[in-house]
Design a protein around this ligand. Structure first.
Ligand code: HEC
Length: 145
């Protein structure tokens, strides 16, 4: 009996550990969502609207420059994504839109909070926070190392 309890405990710990690991996995948008095209033209008007919405809905966590250092960031269970990193360009507008729509605890599900007409301009604004990596202008690499 004692043995059984010990092995059950071991299984429990193993499960808890692997669960902890999977919840730390990178958050990725599904391919279909990532392929979605941004219907809102990138121009001064959409960027200015996006900025206004960003300041109201996103800045508290992501910070004025998108570095993930907003006033409430330190109190969250997880660090907000760094929206000012060139790595953000590895994701399509569709992928970012999906993430804003769905949210990921503690980030809220914005499709319940804002309309499409508000969420796409936010993506246009978020793009201005991250410098475009030069690599994206180079021809596609043959293969990854
Ligand atoms: C309550 C805090 C909070 C608010 C408000 C919030 N976010 Fe987030 N955001 C997060 C956290 C935490 C993550 C990291 C989630 C993860 O990786 O699991 C994140 C991740 C992201 C990502 C993914 C970054 C990446 O590297 O893939 C994007 C894009 C994003 N947020 C955009 C926004 C936008 C745009 C808004 C406003 C409309 C917003 N967030 C509002 C906390 C927040």
């Amino acid at each position: 009996m004692k043995r059984l309890i010990i092995s059950l405990t071991a299984i429990g710990i193993a499960c808890a550990l692997s669960f902890g690991q999977s919840s730390r996995e990178k958050w990725t948008a599904p391919a279909r969502a990532a392929a979605k095209k941004n219907p809102v033209t990138v121009n001064d008007t959409s960027i200015a609207l996006g900025k206004k919405i960003y300041e109201r809905q996103c800045l508290a966590c992501h910070g004025a420059e998108g570095r993930g250092d907003g006033p409430v960031a330190a109190h969250l269970e997880k660090r907000p994504g760094n929206l000012s990193s060139p790595e953000l360009w590895e994701q399509s507008d569709g992928a970012l839109f999906w993430k804003v729509n769905e949210g990921h605890r503690p980030m809220p599900t914005f499709k319940r909070i804002m309309s499409d007409e508000e969420r796409w301009p936010v993506i246009n604004y978020v793009r201005t926070l991250a410098p475009k990596p030069a690599a994206l202008y180079q021809p596609k690499r043959e293969s990854k190392p």
